[in-house]
Design a protein around this ligand. Structure first.
Ligand code: NAD
Length: 365
């Protein structure tokens, strides 16, 4: 693949913007996938891509995912994403992020951005100096703060739907959950799980995090490679993408896979492998939408209660995806796509504008 209209056409993109400022070493790509439901919302990723083509393809793939995630989460936003080519460990500077923020400003609310891999709240604060069209700001700036606790809350709602569907029971009490990744989402998820009476087994490649979480929750920690083979009811991937594949699926001893990681299936056909093993898969972008809901609400004037109310709908969204999957004899991740496409078709372009006007941002600052 390379840069071309063919790929945009195939993936259904509206617009791709190349941003270049040689004075500060900025090379970034903003991809706007679909604005039928509202302005494109999606984070900015900073990554040392080996080639510009790789960055272009990543921007296209990630922005398309955002369209689907927003649509299923009933948000009035479309899908977009930006990538900055660079090493987040070496190439960050105030000028780089302000220059990028200036490009976002030029789009006048067609695209609103926030944190993604390699970008933290300090970088967003620099962008905010040049544009209002950012979200995920710190609470000190009237923002909604770290979205991870809401993501974890949404995963719990999704787990409840999975348990009812696959185990024909209600609640997590007495169930065993294996959590892969004890970072921002994983740790909060464990707190919820322990509170709900579940037994938790965890792993992380970071030994310090393992020690901290082990002593905090008095739980079992296993070596990272052993997590797949743990005897459990639910496997919760909360680390990286691509963890459900031909090597790992045969090792799984769970009934349900439900976690926060993005792009959990390495290939579409891995969804089939899970089904053949009798494992119910909660489509990732449906179950992990809590964080997106959180940052979207920041633009309307953030309220944690409202964010929780909307995030609870993840339970109903997953139930609906499972129903469609059963009725139409399709895999759950395919039925989730259908749900998104149906909402875009029916609700898209009814009344929402595809840009957000500054006057519409009600951030409390
Ligand atoms: P994080 O970086 O805080 O935590 C990820 C953890 O996974 C780290 O502690 C890391 O050491 C660990 N890890 C990496 N490779 C591992 C491996 N092979 N085995 C075990 N542990 C490993 O990230 P996070 O914010 O907690 O997000 C977790 C996942 O959820 C990511 O895939 C992210 O894209 C996704 N997600 C997060 C949010 C959010 O609100 N933070 C929202 C939606 C999706």
């Amino acid at each position: 693949m390379s840069f071309n209209f063919e790929l945009m056409k195939k993936m259904g993109h509206e617009q791709v913007i190349f941003c270049h400022n040689p004075n500060v070493g900025l090379k970034a790509i903003i991809a706007i996938h679909n604005t039928a439901l509202g302005p494109a919302l999606g984070g900015t990723r900073m990554w040392p891509y080996k080639t510009e083509e790789e960055a272009f393809e990543d921007a296209l793939r990630l922005s398309r995912g955002m369209t689907y995630k927003s649509a299923v989460a009933s948000l009035n936003f479309g899908g977009g994403k930006a990538v900055i080519i660079g090493d987040p460990k070496k190439d960050k500077s105030e000028s780089l992020f302000r220059a990028f923020g200036a490009f976002v400003e030029r789009l006048k609310g067609q695209f609103i951005t926030g944190e993604d891999v390699g970008i933290d709240v300090n970088d967003i604060e620099f962008m905010f100096m040049e544009t209002d069209f950012v979200t995920g700001l710190s609470k000190a700036h009237g923002g909604s703060g770290d979205p991870s606790p809401m993501t974890a809350y949404g995963v719990i709602q999704g787990m409840q739907a999975c348990i009812e569907k696959r185990l024909k029971q209600k609640g997590l009490k007495g169930l065993t959950v294996a959590v892969q990744g004890l970072g921002h989402v994983g740790e909060k998820l464990i707190e919820y799980l322990v509170h709900e009476g579940a037994k938790v087994i965890g792993c992380d490649i970071d030994p310090k995090l393992c020690e901290m979480v082990k002593s905090k929750f008095n739980m079992t920690i296993v070596e990272s490679e052993k997590i797949y083979g743990v005897d459990c009811d639910i496997f919760a991937p909360c680390a990286l993408g691509g963890v459900l594949n031909e090597q790992t699926i045969p090792q799984l001893k769970c009934s349900i896979v439900a976690g926060s990681a993005n792009n959990q299936l390495q290939k579409d056909s891995d969804g089939e492998l899970l089904q053949k093993k009798g494992i119910l898969y909660a489509p990732d972008y449906v179950i992990n939408a809590g964080g997106l809901i959180n940052v979207a609400l920041e633009l309307e004037g953030y309220s944690e209660n409202r964010a929780k109310l909307l995030t609870r709908n993840i339970y109903y969204n997953l139930k609906r995806a499972f129903e469609i999957s059963e009725e139409q004899k399709i895999l759950p991740h395919v039925s989730a796509d259908r749900l998104a496409e149906e909402r875009i078709k029916k609700v898209g372009f009814i009344k929402r504008s595809h840009v957000l006007h500054k006057s519409q941002i009600r951030r409390k600052n």
